[in-house]
Design a protein around this ligand. Structure first.
Ligand code: FMN
Length: 183
């Protein structure tokens, strides 16, 4: 079972650290789970212009292929203007409508104010549902002050617990989908 994490920032470290933590927690919970982190800072994703995927550069095609071949996924976004990042939204615009059918799609976000924690439910969650992703009941919103200012490590124990719970729920749900599809 392969879990792919996507970090949707082109700027700092926090979102990437958060997504990486979910992948680590998943492997810890179930060592048979394979993981891969897609950090959008490492790829030159072109702006979606409504063209077939073949019209875009190698990085865009590679990232879309990795996402479509994952069994389940976790998406991380920094909160930008009370929404998800444009970089992540642009990546979604490259995907087909049924991209996440039979896939669990978890969510984490980082932001400076907890006033925006519902962005995950109302913005990112509705996009993932549009693509037929199964969105777990748990998600993780991490305020900037929960990261160490020097190392960007997550220092809040409660956040780490939420990350572990999210990873556990995602594995549980994905196994359920896969077992149902076998029968
Ligand atoms: C353009 C811009 C808009 C932002 N808008 C918000 C916002 O509306 N709400 C919020 O809580 N944080 C906002 N932030 C703060 C980032 O979400 C926060 O610093 C995040 O942890 C950065 O993640 P990164 O280190 O992975 O890039 C904004 C940051 C930028 C650069």
């Amino acid at each position: 079972m392969k879990l792919v994490g996507v970090s949707g920032t082109l700027a700092g470290e926090k979102t990437s650290v958060a997504v990486h933590s979910v992948l680590t927690a998943a492997r810890h919970h179930d060592p048979t789970v394979e993981t891969e982190l897609i950090d959008l800072r490492d790829f030159d994703i072109e702006f979606s212009a409504g063209l077939p995927l073949a019209a875009y550069n190698e990085d865009t095609r590679k990232v879309v292929r990795k996402i479509l071949s994952a069994d389940f996924l976790v998406f991380g976004t920094p909160i930008y203007q009370a929404s998800l990042s444009g970089a992540l939204k642009n990546l979604f615009d490259h995907l087909p409508e049924y991209a996440f059918r039979h896939k669990v799609t978890g969510m984490v976000a980082t932001g400076w104010t907890n006033k925006h924690f519902l962005v995950l439910e109302y913005h990112l969650g509705s996009i993932l549902s549009y693509f037929k992703g199964l969105v777990p009941t748990g998600n993780v919103f991490i305020q900037n002050h929960s990261f160490d200012t020097e190392t960007d490590e997550i220092t809040d124990k409660r956040i780490n617990e939420r990350i572990e719970k999210l990873a556990e729920e995602m594995i549980y749900l994905q196994r359920g989908i896969m077992n149902r599809n076998k029968s």
